[in-house]
Ligand binder design. Structure first.
Ligand code: IVH
Length: 680
C-alpha cells in the first residue's frame, strides 16, 4: 500500500487489530463467528499489507503474528512443547506459483521441480494428542498455538482417535505428539442442526464451529456429538522418528500406528502437478463427506522443511491453497412474499448483493413459515449465505450476535400481497396459499406456464408482456390471450405494430399443438411431461380423460394416487372446464388419436433414455413418439436400456451408456429409427 500515509495507516492498523481480536474471540471462544472466513482473511491480509508497507508500525500484539485464539476458562491450559503453527494462504494460482518460486530460490534449486505433499485442508479444529509409551495421555486444542485447552476427556469419545498406538517396524517412541484435525462429517452436522432446531437452540453456522463447540463442552456433555467427530492425523509434533524423513512417509507411519489419514493425500512433483491436484480436489469437493476448504501444500522432505524454517505464525515450507469461498455473510434488506402458480405464498429474502461461490446473490428463498421459524430469520439480520456447486444459494443461519435491537420475528402476512385475499393453510401442508384463482399473480404464472416451451410454446410472449397484459386487464384468464388481435395489442404501451403482428402470428401457430402439450399447458398439479404424454397416449383425446374418475386414472400404469386425484379434481372444477372449452373454442387443437390401452408397436419392450437437447423436437414430443410406437422412456441408464438417444451437450448418462456398451443413437439415427422402426 504505497500511497497510505503513516498517520492514516496507524489508525487503520489499530482499527484492524481491534476488529481481528474481536473476531478471534468470537471464532475461537464462542464458536459463533460474526464474519465469514473470507471476510476474516481479507481483514488479515489488509493488515499484513499495511504492516509490510510500514514495518515501523507493526504492533507486538498484531494478529498477523498470532495463531488462533485465546483459551477459555474452565479447561486446564496445556502448553504445546513445539508450537502449533498456522498456515499462510494462497488465494489464487499466482500466489501459489510465487510460493513455489520462493521455495526453489531459498533451497537453491531454481531449476528443479520440488516434491510437494498435497492434502485436503480439512475444515475442523486442530488438536494435539500426546502419547506416553504408546498410550494417549493428553489431547489439547491448538489455542493460541503455544497454550491450548486440555480436552482429553472429550477427545477420548472420538472413535477415530486411538487410545493406544500399535507398534510397527518403526516403533512408537516413548514420547510422541500427533497433530491433526477434528472435524464433523456433513451428515453429522446436518443431524446435529436438525436436533438443535427442534430444541429451539441456535444453529451452528458450519461443521467446523460445530466440531470446535463439541470439543469444548464442559457440562452436560453430549456424547452423541463427540462420537460423531472424526479425527485425521497429518503431523508429528514431537518425537518424529528419523525413518519418517518426509511428510509422505510420516503419513504412512501414522497410518501404521493406527491413525486415519486423508486418503486423498498424494505427492506432486512440480507446481503444475499441485495445481492439477487442487483442481481435482475442488471438483470432487461436493462428494467429500467432510468439509474441506482447499489444498495444503507441504514441501515433502523434512530436510528441506528445516532449511526453509518458520516465521512466528506459519512455516515457510507449507501453504494453504484455498478454494473460492462458498459462504459469505450479508444483510437481509427485506423479506418479500411471492405468489406461485398454485397460489403458494413463498417468502423470499432480499439480500445486500454478495459474491459467493462464483455468482452474485441478491435473493434467497426462505421456502415457508416453518423454515423461517426454524432459522428465525428477521429483516435486518446478518445471515450466512451458502452456494455450493450448482446448488441454489441458501441462507444457512442467522449470525445471532449481529442482530439489531428491536428486530421483530417475521410472520407471513395473512393476506395475499397481490390481491389481498385471506390466505389459507391446508391442514397437512406447510405452505400457505392464496385461494383466489383470479389473483393476478396466479394468472400471470398460468400464462407464463402456458406460453412456455414444453407447453404451447408461444414465441414472443415474454415476462414483461405477461405483466403488461394482466396488469392492463387485457387478460383475465389465460385463454384470453387467444382473443387478442393486433389492434388490441398495439394499444399496449411500448408495443409497436410489427411486434403486435408477430405475436398474433405466433399465437396462431401455437394453437396447433399436441394433446400432451395441451395437458401440460393447463398446469394441472403433478402433471409434467411424462404424465401428460402417458395420458395422451392412453386416451387419444381430451373428452374421455376429462370424464375419468380418480380410481379409473389410478388404474393406469404410471399414474399414482396423488396424480390421479389432482387430475380428477382439476377436471371436476367447473371453472377449469370452462377454460378448457374456451381454449378449444378459440381454436386450440391437436390431432386426435385412438386410445392405446397398452401401446403395442414396433418398439414394444424397448426402453429409451434421452440425454442432451434435441433440435427437431422437444423432449415431450420425443417421448410421445416413442410411447406411441410402444416403447418406454426411462430417466436412468441400466443394462435393460435398449437405446440411449444422445442430443446436444449430453450428460453423464452418455458416459454410463458407453460404460455399459449400450446402443447410442445420435439425433439423425433416432429420427431414422422413428421413421423406420425395426420389425418387432
Ligand atoms: S498442517 C505447520 N495439514 O489448517 C503446519 N493443517 O490454517 C500446520 N489444517 O492449523 C498444520 N488440514 O488446523 C495441516 N492437512 C492439513 C490440514 C491442516 C487442515 C488446518 C490446521 C491448521 C490450519 C491452518
Amino acid at each position: 500500500m504505497p500511497d497510505s500515509k503513516p498517520g492514516a495507516a496507524r489508525q487503520r492498523i489499530d482499527a484492524l487489530v481491534a476488529l481481528l481480536e474481536r473476531h478471534n474471540r468470537l471464532y475461537y471462544l464462542d464458536d459463533a463467528p460474526e464474519v465469514s472466513d473470507a471476510e476474516y482473511d481479507r481483514l488479515l491480509r489488509e493488515l499484513g499489507g499495511l504492516e509490510a508497507a510500514h514495518p515501523e508500525l507493526v504492533r507486538a500484539d498484531s494478529p498477523t503474528k498470532r495463531v488462533g485464539g485465546p483459551t477459555a476458562e474452565g479447561f486446564e491450559p496445556f502448553s504445546h512443547r513445539v508450537p502449533m503453527l498456522s498456515l499462510d494462504n494462497a488465494m489464487d494460482e499466482e500466489e501459489l506459483r510465487s510460493f513455489d518460486e520462493r521455495v526453489r530460490r531459498e533451497l537453491g534449486r531454481e531449476d528443479e521441480s520440488i516434491a510437494y505433499a498435497c492434502e485436503p485442508k480439512l475444515d475442523g479444529a486442530a488438536v494435539e494428542l500426546v502419547y506416553e509409551d504408546g498410550v494417549l495421555t493428553v489431547g489439547a486444542t491448538r489455542g493460541d498455538g503455544r497454550v491450548g485447552e486440555d480436552v482429553t476427556a472429550n477427545l477420548k469419545h472420538c472413535q477415530s482417535i486411538p487410545l493406544a498406538l500399535k507398534d510397527d517396524d518403526v516403533a512408537v517412541p516413548p514420547h510422541v505428539s500427533v497433530r491433526g484435525e477434528v472435524a464433523l462429517p456433513m451428515k453429522g452436522f446436518e443431524r446435529l442442526n436438525a436436533r438443535r432446531a427442534k430444541r429451539d437452540q441456535e444453529l451452528f453456522v458450519n461443521p467446523r464451529n460445530a466440531a470446535a463447540g463439541s470439543l469444548r463442552q464442559l457440562h452436560d456433555i453430549d456424547l452423541e456429538r463427540l462420537r460423531a467427530l472424526d479425527f485425521r492425523a497429518y503431523q508429528i509434533g514431537e518425537g518424529r522418528p528419523d525413518a519418517a524423513a518426509s511428510q509422505s512417509s510420516t503419513l504412512d507411519l501414522l497410518r501404521r500406528w493406527g491413525f486415519v489419514v486423508s486418503p486423498e493425500s498424494s505427492v506432486c512433483v512440480g507446481i503444475d502437478a499441485v495445481i492439477a491436484y487442487h483442481e481435482k480436489l475442488l471438483s470432487g469437493r461436493e462428494k467429500m463427506w467432510i468439509e474441506i476448504d482447499g489444498t495444503v501444500v507441504k514441501v515433502d522432505l523434512h530436510e528441506h522443511q528445516a532449511e526453509l524454517g518458520a516465521l512466528s505464525r506459519a512455516p515457510r515450507w507449507a501453504i494453504a491453497y484455498k478454494f473460492p469461498p462458498q459462504q459469505e455473510h450479508t444483510v437481509v434488506r427485506a423479506i418479500e412474499v411471492q405468489v406461485g402458480r398454485t397460489g403458494a405464498l413463498t417468502p423470499v429474502a432480499k439480500l445486500e448483493p454478495v459474491f459467493v461461490g462464483g455468482v452474485t446473490v441478491s435473493n434467497a428463498s426462505l421456502h415457508n413459515q416453518d423454515e423461517i421459524d426454524r432459522k428465525d430469520v428477521r429483516v435486518g439480520d446478518t445471515v450466512v449465505i451458502q452456494r455450493a456447486g450448482d446448488v441454489i444459494p441458501q441462507i444457512v443461519a442467522v449470525v445471532a450476535g449481529k442482530r439489531k435491537k428491536g428486530a421483530r420475528k417475521w410472520r407471513i402476512p395473512k393476506k395475499c400481497p397481490v390481491c389481498r385475499t385471506e390466505a389459507v393453510r391446508l391442514p397437512d401442508e406447510v405452505v400457505i396459499r392464496c385461494p383466489n384463482r383470479d389473483c393476478p399473480a396466479q394468472i400471470k404464472n398460468d400464462l407464463r406456464h402456458m406460453a412456455s416451451r414444453g407447453a404451447l410454446d408461444i414465441e414472443g410472449l415474454g415476462e414483461k408482456l405477461v405483466e403488461q397484459l394482466v396488469d392492463s386487464g387485457a387478460v383475465v384468464r389465460p385463454s384470453d390471450i387467444f382473443r387478442l388481435d393486433a389492434e388490441a395489442l398495439t394499444d399496449l404501451e411500448r408495443m409497436g405494430r410489427k411486434s403486435a403482428e408477430n405475436l398474433v402470428v405466433s399465437l396462431e401457430n401455437a394453437k396447433t399443438t399436441t394433446l400432451a402439450r395441451f395437458l401440460i399447458s393447463l398446469g394441472i398439479r403433478d402433471v409434467g411431461e411424462g404424465v401428460a404424454s402417458l395420458l395422451a397416449t392412453r386416451f387419444g383425446d381430451l373428452a374421455p380423460l376429462m370424464e375419468s374418475s380418480a380410481p379409473e386414472l389410478e388404474a393406469i400404469e404410471g399414474v399414482g394416487p396423488t396424480i390421479a386425484e389432482s387430475i380428477a379434481t382439476f377436471f371436476a372444477d367447473e371453472r377449469n372446464r370452462k377454460e378448457v372449452a374456451a381454449l378449444v373454442e378459440l381454436g386450440v387443437n391437436w390431432p386426435k388419436a385412438k386410445p392405446v390401452v397398452k401401446a403395442e408397436g414396433p418398439l414394444t419392450g424397448k426402453t429409451f433414455v434421452l440425454t442432451g437437447g434435441l433440435t427437431t423436437m422437444t423432449r415431450a414430443e420425443a417421448k410421445e413418439r416413442i410411447t406411441g410406437l410402444g416403447g418406454k422412456v426411462s430417466s436412468t441408464v441400466s443394462k435393460k436400456t435398449a437405446y440411449v438417444v444422445a442430443g446436444q451437450d449430453p450428460g453423464s448418462k452418455l458416459a454410463k451408456a458407453r460404460e455399459l456398451k449400450l446402443e447410442i443413437l445420435d439425433e439423425a439415427a433416432f429420427d431414422a429409427l422413428l421413421e423406420n422402426p425395426p420389425d418387432p
